[in-house]
Design a protein around this ligand. Sequence first.
Ligand SMILES: CC(C)(COP(=O)(O)OP(=O)(O)OC[C@H]1O[C@@H](n2cnc3c(N)ncnc32)[C@H](O)[C@@H]1OP(=O)(O)O)[C@@H](O)C(=O)NCCC(=O)NCCSC(=O)C[C@](C)(O)C(=O)O
Ligand SMILES: [Mg+2]
Length: 351
Amino acid sequence: MSQKTPRSFFKPLSIGAPEPYRELPVKLERMIHFVPPHLDKVRAKVPDMAPTVDVILANLEDAIPADAKDAARAGAIEMANMYDWQGKGTGFWSRVNCLNSPWFQDDVSELVLKAGHQLDVIMLPKVEGPWDIHFADQYVAQLEAKAGLTRPILFHAILETAEGVARVEEIALASPRMQGISLGPADLAASRKMKTTRVGGGHPFYRVIEDPKEDGSARLSAQQDPWHYTIARLVDACRMAGINAFYGPFGDIGDLEACEQQFRNAFLLGCAGTWSLHPSQIAVAKRVFSPDPEEVKFARKILAAMPDGSGVAMIDGKMQDDATWKQAKVISDLADLVASKDPDLAAAYAG
Ligand SMILES: CC(C)(COP(=O)(O)OP(=O)(O)OC[C@H]1O[C@@H](n2cnc3c(N)ncnc32)[C@H](O)[C@@H]1OP(=O)(O)O)[C@@H](O)C(=O)NCCC(=O)NCCSC(=O)C[C@](C)(O)C(=O)O
Ligand SMILES: [Mg+2]
């Protein structure tokens, strides 16, 4: 596979386009809250919602009816100007329609030309390989130059095709614009021909069962996680590329307990955040993707016991070394970010 040279990898893809980032900006992205921009009533809530979430995403793709695509795009551009996103620190993203759709070109060109000064991330659906990223990369660079933008707009891909999973490492490495990748369980299930209509979470048919018993009594079985492999593969690809992995949607809006369990599985496996589709899921995402205060205190004990991050120490009977120091650093740095946005958690971490 032909690769760009290290130096040309970071070259702007259009004369006049902003320099690509060599290091991604450090942002709190515990939840990416989806908003249907064509619904006036929901769009009107954005200025009040923005301070309460880490990211607001104007969705133009699935869940937006075909006859509302123009209204959604106009609504997204209106959202860009409803709040001081760059000044107040809440991320402003938009999910555009897929690259082969009749709407992609207008979505991207209008967003960059009319809202690019406020837009942080363009979310690209149904990505199948690095070629999708390369195409969008140069197209956005041309538009950034035309709009006179001074800050590059980043990309976030959705992992929701079997081909995308087979190439997830190449997608993660395809451009300096890559900020992260989310799992898209609905389209991915369809693409893989999985036999489920659920959007994330477990399935009662996906289990393991113990051996038959001599007395013929009932055999214990346990439900397994059908997304374990994909999330772990996604995390490895993203962390290799220095970007973040995210869990995507949890569709059973009424079941917050199962939503929390799915978010928790993703958090523990290394995901940095999740999507929230409904206001009720925001608090769940915040609870799960903010490090637990006890974990933070223990992590800071490790950092204090090994100031230069090397050697070995015993803390509460557990061996700590260079590796656990790095794990503690991840948790402590995340806690600092959360504390800067959440005063109540700041107090809990300092307690
Ligand atoms: C599920 C729906 C229809 C239930 O909407 P509802 O109005 O029926 O819900 P509700 O409980 O009655 O709403 C209560 C209040 O919350 C408001 N509200 C409701 N939703 C939101 C929201 N998101 N943001 C802000 N406010 C919201 C709603 O307007 C109402 O306000 P009110 O009390 O003043 O009347 C609604 O929540 C919604 O449209 N959510 C977004 C769904 C979406 O974006 N789906 C696409 C992402 S998932 C996907 O694409 C898959 C993937 C990755 O591609 C792949 O796996 O393949
Ligand atoms: Mg999808």
